[in-house]
Design a protein around this ligand. Structure first.
Ligand SMILES: *Cc1c(COP(=O)(O)O)cnc(C)c1O
Length: 381
C-alpha cells in the first residue's frame, strides 16, 4: 500500500473549497424515482416525469405557463425565436456569455446598455437613448438573483412597442411583490444547470404569458413536428429527458431547505465582511424574496490597497476557488472584440474588474466561511 505524505492528509481546514457544489438528492431517492423509467422504457419525449416536473414547477414558480427544455442556453435561443425577435435588442454585457451568444446566434444585434452601481442590473435610465427603429426587444438579466427595475422596463417596452425577455437563470423561486418572478415580461428563461440553486443536471425552462409562445416553443424543441406526417415549422431538438426531470423532482423536495442553508451561509459571510471600507456586499432589495444564489463581493482597490485579481490568486494558493463572475464583460470576450469595439459601459467595466463571487452552496460550513474570509481580511489589513 502506498503511504500518504503530509500533503495528502488533509483536514477539513485545508481541504479544497470550490466555488459551488451541486445539490443532489440521496442516491436512493434518485434511483427509486428513475425506477419507473425502466418500467415504462420511456426515457424522453415529454414522458410522465417531464409532466410531473412541469406541474410541480408551475406551482413552485407561481406561474401560469412553462416549457421545459434541455438547458438554459437553448431556452434562450428558442425563446428569442418564439417571440419573433429581429434586428437589435437592448441588453447588458454584465452577464454569462450565454445571454449574448443566444442573441448573436439568433441573428440579432445586441446593443449594450450599462448597469446600475448597486444591483448590477440594467440601468433603465439609459435604455431609451439606445432604441432605434430596428429595436425589437429588451433582454435584461436578473443578475445574481437581483431583480431588474421591472416597472420601468415595462413602461419603456409599452411606449416603444418592444418585447421583454428576462434572463432569469439566477432567479429560481424568487418572488417579486408576492408574485413569481417568471410572471413579468413576455417571457423569462431559467437555467437548471448543475451549478444553479435548483438543478435537473442540465436543464432549463421558459415561463411566459401568452400560450401561443408555448406552442411555438414546443415546435422548436421538438423538430417542428406536429404529427407523424405534419411538420409545419422548422425546429431543432431541445427536449428535457426523463432522467433530468427525475433529478428535478427529487431536488425540488429539498429546495426550501437548501435555500435556508444558503441563507445561513450568506449570514456567516455578512457577519465577517459587512461594514468594511472597500468591500461592497450585495444590498437587499425591497419586495424580493431572495434565493441566495450567489455571494458577490466587490473589492475596491483604491480603498483596500489590493485588487480583486490579487485576492483571487491568494485564495487559490490556499485551495479556495472563487469566480470572476462576470469577467470579462461579454462585449469584450475574444469572439466579440471586433464586433462591439466602441461599446461604452463604464459601470459594467469597473464592476467586472472588481467583483468576485465567493464559494456558496448549501453544505458550506461556518468553519470554511471563517477560513475564506480570514484569508481575505488578512490581505487587506
Ligand atoms: C447559467 C446561465 C445561462 C445558461 O444556462 P445553461 O443551463 O447553463 O445553459 C444563461 N444565462 C445566465 C445568466 C446564466 O447564469
Amino acid at each position: 500500500m502506498e503511504e500518504k505524505n503530509d500533503n495528502e492528509i488533509r483536514t477539513e481546514q485545508n481541504k479544497t473549497i470550490y466555488v459551488t457544489k451541486s445539490s443532489m438528492p440521496s442516491f436512493d431517492e434518485y434511483t427509486s424515482k428513475i425506477k419507473q423509467i425502466w418500467d415504462s422504457k420511456w426515457m424522453t419525449n415529454m414522458g410522465r416525469l417531464h409532466k410531473e416536473l412541469e406541474e410541480k414547477l408551475l406551482a413552485y414558480l407561481d406561474v401560469k405557463h412553462i416549457s421545459l427544455l434541455v438547458n438554459g442556453h437553448m431556452s434562450l435561443e428558442m425563446t428569442i425565436q418564439a417571440l419573433g425577435l429581429t434586428g437589435e435588442v437592448i441588453t447588458t454585457p454584465f452577464t454569462f456569455v450565454s445571454t449574448t451568444h443566444a442573441m448573436v446566434r439568433g441573428g440579432l444585434t445586441p446593443v449594450f446598455c450599462d448597469i446600475n452601481e448597486d444591483d448590477y442590473t440594467i440601468d433603465v435610465s439609459k435604455i431609451e437613448n439606445l432604441i432605434t427603429d430596428k429595436t425589437s426587444a429588451i433582454i435584461p438579466v436578473h443578475v445574481y438573483g437581483n431583480i431588474c427595475n421591472i416597472e420601468e422596463i415595462e413602461k419603456i417596452a409599452q411606449r416603444h412597442n418592444l418585447k421583454v425577455l428576462y434572463d432569469a437563470a439566477h432567479t429560481f423561486g424568487i418572488r417579486y411583490k408576492g408574485k413569481g418572478v417568471g410572471t413579468y415580461g413576455d417571457a423569462s428563461v431559467f437555467s437548471f444547470h448543475a451549478t444553479k440553486v435548483f438543478n435537473t443536471i442540465e436543464g432549463g425552462a421558459v415561463t411566459f404569458q401568452n400560450p401561443e409562445i408555448g406552442k411555438r416553443l414546443y415546435n422548436l424543441k421538438n423538430f417542428g413536428i406536429r404529427s407523424e406526417t405534419e411538420v409545419p415549422s422548422v425546429g431543432a431538438n431541445a427536449k428535457m429527458n426523463e432522467f433530468q426531470a427525475a433529478m428535478g423532482i427529487c431536488n425540488l423536495v429539498h429546495i426550501n431547505e437548501e435555500i435556508e442553508k444558503r441563507k445561513q451561509v450568506t449570514e456567516w459571510y455578512r457577519q465577517r465582511l459587512d461594514n468594511i471600507e472597500g468591500i461592497v456586499l450585495r444590498k437587499a432589495q425591497h419586495n424580493v424574496e431572495y434565493n441566495y444564489s450567489y455571494f458577490p463581493v466587490q473589492f475596491v482597490p483604491d480603498l483596500l490597497g489590493v485588487n480583486r485579481d490579487e485576492i483571487y490568486e491568494k485564495l487559490k494558493e490556499d485551495d479556495i476557488y472563487t469566480r470572476k463572475y462576470f469577467y470579462p464583460i461579454t462585449s469584450r470576450v475574444q469572439c466579440y472584440k471586433k464586433m462591439f469595439e466602441e461599446v461604452k459601459t463604464p459601470v459594467a467595466e469597473r464592476v467586472s474588474t472588481n467583483i468576485l463571487t465567493l464559494p456558496l452552496y448549501a453544505d458550506l460550513k461556518e468553519s470554511q466561511v471563517e477560513r475564506i474570509t480570514k484569508r481575505i481580511l488578512d490581505q487587506i489589513r
